[in-house]
Design a protein around this ligand. Structure first.
Ligand code: PGA
Length: 243
């Protein structure tokens, strides 16, 4: 895993956008997954702007949703797909047929199989852009997730329920389960870019870099992935590098 240090969250947006744009220029039919959360918002702003100046940039790409809440309706206001549509798909004029998204109202097992099969038919992920949870999760791969796991339904960890409650009002508003691409699927991506910003992530970044690789810290699987890059701002690296 390579580490790229940048100044702040906005710089992450710019630098990550350069990586995504380069990927799409090199391979216009790339298959990409993006995270939800606050960290990627500057990236989505940059990509929306790029789609205006280069209207054909995303034309042949496919986007697979990284994760979704389970046991909610397709039109539920909390659906992560709706969040991603508002922040990225709509502003970047991505067409419906370019998106492969978990349907939370379908049978969970069949839906996870369908996503894996679509992904496989497309040749797998070219680029996985990921966020880092405060407990080290990637997507909804919570601590204890097997490094070879595939798409599946998982119970959200208590820390994820707390951190997600800031988006939805209260902890009681956060669904208890999610659907997620597995760590085994993500680590097969030809390139992986993990975005981390802010002091609140400094402790988990330090653990990710210094503690032994283990399923207790799902993101530590990235240290086994030479094609992965941790793009982190100064604050998020402050504990790891004692500043
Ligand atoms: P955040 O979420 O970008 O809002 O910090 C990251 C995550 O929990 O995966």
């Amino acid at each position: 895993m390579k580490i790229v240090e940048v100044e702040n969250g906005n710089d992450i947006g710019q630098k990550a956008a350069e990586v995504v744009i380069r990927q799409l220029r090199d391979k216009p039919s790339s298959v990409v997954t993006f995270p939800t959360g606050n960290t990627p918002l500057p990236l989505f702003r940059e990509l929306a702007a790029a789609s205006k100046s280069h209207p054909r940039l995303f034309e042949h790409a496919h986007f697979v949703t990284l994760d979704e809440y389970a046991d909610i309706a397709r039109k539920d206001r909390r659906r992560l797909f709706s969040w991603l549509s508002r922040e990225f798909f709509a502003p970047a004029a991505i067409r419906k047929e370019q998106v492969i998204a978990f349907d939370p109202s379908a049978d969970d097992e069949a839906e996870c199989r369908r996503i894996e099969e679509r992904l496989e038919a497309l040749g797998g992920l070219d680029l996985a852009v990921l966020g880092l949870g405060p407990n080290g999760h990637l997507g909804f791969n919570e601590p204890g997730s097997c490094f070879d796991s595939r798409a599946r339904k998982v119970a959200l960890a208590p820390e994820s329920i707390v951190s997600n409650s800031t988006y939805w009002g209260s902890e009681a508003d956060v669904p208890t389960h999610g659907l997620t691409l597995g760590l085994g699927t993500l680590r097969e991506a030809r390139a992986i870019l993990v975005l981390v910003s802010g002091r609140a992530k400094a402790h988990i970044v330090s653990r990710l870099l210094k503690e032994p690789i283990s399923e207790g810290i799902p993101a530590s699987v990235l240290r086994l992935c030479p094609q992965s890059t941790l793009m982190a701002d100064r604050e998020s690296l402050s504990v790891a590098f004692r500043r």
